[in-house]
Design a binder for this molecule. Sequence first.
Ligand SMILES: C[S@@+](CC[C@H](N)C(=O)[O-])C[C@H]1O[C@@H](n2cnc3c(N)ncnc32)[C@H](O)[C@@H]1O
Length: 388
Amino acid sequence: MREDLYSILEISDREIAKSFAKKLKVKIGTLDYFNDNCIYPDADLIKKILDERPNLSEIEIKIRLGHIDNEVLTLLQNNVKNIAEYGIPTQANPFQRQLPEPNFATPLGRLFNADCIQTMRNMDDNTVDLIFADPPFNLDKKYESGMNDKISKTEYLNWTEEWVSECVRILKPGGALFIWNLPQWNTYTAEILNRYLNLRHWIVADMKYSLPIANRLYPAHYSLLYYIKGDQPNRFNKEGLPLEICRHCGGDIKDYGGYKNKLNTEGMSLTDVWKDISPVRHKKYKNRASNELPLNLLERIISLSTNEGDLVFDPFGGSGTTFVVSEILNRRWIGTEIGPIDLIQERFEDLSFPTFLINDIQNSKNALFTEDMKKIRRKNNHWLPENL
Ligand SMILES: C[S@@+](CC[C@H](N)C(=O)[O-])C[C@H]1O[C@@H](n2cnc3c(N)ncnc32)[C@H](O)[C@@H]1O
C-alpha cells in the first residue's frame, strides 16, 4: 500500500506540517504539493528531509511512497532470497467463493446492493467475459450513497489497485476489461493493469467534461482503457460507422475523389477516438441526476467484446446503464452498486424505450449511410453506393 509523505514523516496535523516546512526552509505549499500528488520529492527537498529525519533513508521513503524505480527494484532483486523468506502469505485452504442472494434479479442478471470489492471476492477466478467499470472520479461529487468522493490521492490509488486487482482475477482469459475515467486517473490505472493484462487500446471519448481552466488546455476527453487477458481477445465484433455528412444538406464533408466506390459499404472503421458519445442531458433519456453514461457507449462496448449469453460485470452500477444494455442484448450480467438501487430496478420495469433506442443504434451502424442519411442524400442528389 502506498503511504502519504506526511504519514512517512509522522506529520499528523497542520501545525506540525507548518513547523516542519519552516525547519526545512521551504514553503508549506511545496510540501503539500509532494504529499497531495504522491510525487517523490526533488533532490534538493529530499536532502533537507533526510537531514531533519536521519532515521529515514531515501530507499525507505521511495518504497513507502510506492515509488518503485530501477534503484529500488535492483535493491529488491539483490535481496530477493531474504525478502522471499518473509513472503506473501498464501492461503492454505482458499475459501469457497459463493455469491449471496442478489438484491435484485432479472432473467439474465443479478444485482448486489453492496461494495464491489466484497462482491468480487465472492466471485470465482477467470469467469467473466467483459468488465466495464466507471468508478467515481474523486471529484467531490455528491452520490446518492453519501460516499466520500474527495479522499486523498494515496487513498484513491490504493483503493483503485484493490478493485482493479479483483477485476483482473475474475476476468476470463481472452476477456475484456474497459475502464472509463479521467485521463489523470487512468494513467495510474494503466500502470497497474500493465502488470497483468494486455493493453489493446487507449480510447479517447471526445467530450468536454469541465469548464475551461486558466493556464490549462480545455479538458475535452475521457479516457477509456481497453485491456484483454492474454494475447488474443475471445471476441472482437467489428463495428462500422456511417460517413460524416453535412447535417443540413446531407453532402460530403470530405472529398473522396475517385475512391468513393472503394469505401467499405459496411461503414468506416471505428477508430480509437470516439466522437459520437455525448453526456446524458435530456430529461427524456436521463434516469438519475448525475453520472449516467449514454446507452450508445455501452451498446458499443458490449457488442464489440461479447456475444449473446456471455457474462458482463460492472462494479459501479450507478443508474444501471450497463445492466439495461446487457439485458436487451441478451448478455448475462452481474452488477454491484453501493448506493440506492431503486432507480436501477425502476429502469427494468419497462425496457421498451431503451430497447427501441438500442435497436435504433444498431440499425445505424455497419453501413456507409443510415436510412435517414440516404433520404436526404437522394433528395439533394448526392452519391450513394448503389448508384456509383
Ligand atoms: C460514476 S458512477 C457510475 C455511473 C454508471 N456508469 C451509469 O451509467 O449510471 C459510480 C457509481 O459507483 C458507486 N460506487 C462507489 N463506490 C462503490 C463501491 N465500492 N462498490 C459499489 N459501488 C460503488 C457510486 O455510488 C456511483 O453510483
